[in-house]
Design a protein around this ligand. Structure first.
Ligand SMILES: [Zn+2]
Ligand SMILES: [Zn+2]
Length: 334
């Protein structure tokens, strides 16, 4: 390849990456060619994460107040619930039913978490369950190490497109496809709303000591950065640390600490073995806040048909070994 050709190719890739920030489906027609690219960190795709983390430093300029800290905590909890309860347990695994209107609201809430659109998230997650900890897995800490599974994989061009053929059950809803395609619209509106709210609260209630910048830094940047790392810890740490109740073919683990910070996702070994249940903590002591939230939503009639933990989940525990927490992991050969 000549130097001119190489330059043109690099320029096309840069243009396409930038355009994909505004239209995630741009240039994603040939999935085979995209998958043939080397799986590596792409610097331009790292930029949004750098901005997200740098935004947290704004705290040194705008300071803090109890209201803004409370806002950060609330935005973390609400959006973590949207990711675990809706993006994961509803869109990816269909573990309960709801109406089309509520489904759209769930997708909107999930999109506020800045973890891309519901179809991309579900496609990547279903792919993870199919290939957990084998060489095809996009984010296995066993195959590619901690940092790749935690953040590197998201910056690889190979993992950027949504394979709509793998989420046909969701792709039949044009409103979901729209949110998925223009996946920066909701986060921008969300951040702008916080900024505006902070401005007016600062004007109307000066005793709160808040400002537009403080709301943006605490409610968006700090809260979203923590949310990102907590969610990513399920891809990375939940395949490295904790106990194994079930001898699944991957290295998934159960961890109380991860379950607490992710509202229930830390019971990852339970989930890998029985992924089609709305509940991930199988015993009363396995705290699963997202499940409690879903149960409350089911009492309101907003959602229904929560899939229960299968009887086999309790029987298999005893069948594996005398010590169910130490079932062995046998890595699959590439
Ligand atoms: Zn996993
Ligand atoms: Zn899952």
């Amino acid at each position: 390849m000549t130097a001119t050709n190489q330059k043109t190719r690099t320029r096309n890739r840069l243009t396409s990456t930038i355009r994909q920030w505004f239209d995630a489906d741009y240039g994603n027609g040939d999935l085979t060619a995209i998958r043939a690219r080397p799986d590596r960190v792409e610097l331009l795709r790292v930029l949004p994460f750098v901005i997200l983390h740098l935004g947290c430093l704004g705290v040194f300029l705008c300071g803090w107040s109890w209201t803004s800290v409370g806002l950060a905590v609330a935005m973390y909890l609400i959006r973590m619930f949207a990711i675990t309860g809706f993006y994961h347990r509803y869109f990816s695994h269909r573990t309960f039913s709801t109406s089309r209107g509520a489904q759209f609201c769930f997708a909107l809430l999930g999109a506020c978490a800045v973890q891309r659109g519901p179809l991309w998230w579900s496609y990547q997650h279903r792919h993870h369950h199919k290939h957990s900890d084998d060489p095809e897995d996009a984010h296995s800490p066993i195959v590619r190490g901690f940092w790749w599974s935690h953040i590197g994989w998201i910056t690889s061009a190979r993992n950027f497109p949504t394979d709509y053929s793998q989420v046909r059950d969701l792709a039949k809803y044009p409103e979901l496809v729209f949110l998925n395609r223009f996946d920066t619209v909701v986060p921008i509106l969300f951040a702008s709303s916080l900024f505006t709210l902070g401005h007016f609260l600062g004007q109307w209630y000066p005793s709160l000591g808040v400002s537009s910048w403080q709301f943006l830094v605490w409610g968006f940047f700090i809260s979203t950065t923590l949310l990102f790392h907590a969610t990513s810890s399920i891809n990375s740490l939940a395949h490295l640390l904790g106990n194994r109740r079930y001898a699944t073919e991957d290295n998934s683990r159960n961890s109380l600490l991860l379950a607490l910070i992710t509202l229930g996702e830390g019971w990852h070994n339970n989930h890998h073995c029985h992924m089609n249940t709305a509940r991930q903590g199988f015993y009363w002591w396995e705290i699963d806040i997202s499940y409690y939230g879903l149960k409350v939503l089911s009492w309101t009639g907003l959602i229904w048909n929560l899939k229960p933990v299968p009887r086999a989940a309790y029987e298999n525990t005893h069948r594996i070994s005398g010590n169910p927490n130490l079932a062995p992991f046998h890595p699959r050969r590439p």
